[in-house]
Design a protein around this ligand. Sequence first.
Ligand SMILES: [Zn+2]
Length: 86
Amino acid sequence: MTFFRFLLLAGIIYLLFKWLLKSPRPAPRPRSFDRQGQAIEEMVQDPVCGTYVPVGQALSLTREKESFYFCSDECREKFKQLQKPN
Ligand SMILES: [Zn+2]
């Protein structure tokens, strides 16, 4: 009966391979998502943590006529600390 056991094993391995190849791979998607059919807002990058935030939700800071956007007040404070001379 070893031949049948081999066949069974081979079948299981085959099915497993098929399933593995069939399983969808997570495709890289843009970070802007459209919830509740809303128009996708412009995304801005937080220079402190690198997170992308929709402009409407971002906290802004203007320094030397340049605008910076942050995901949270924490990041904005960190940025202020980093920008301090000395
Ligand atoms: Zn941040």
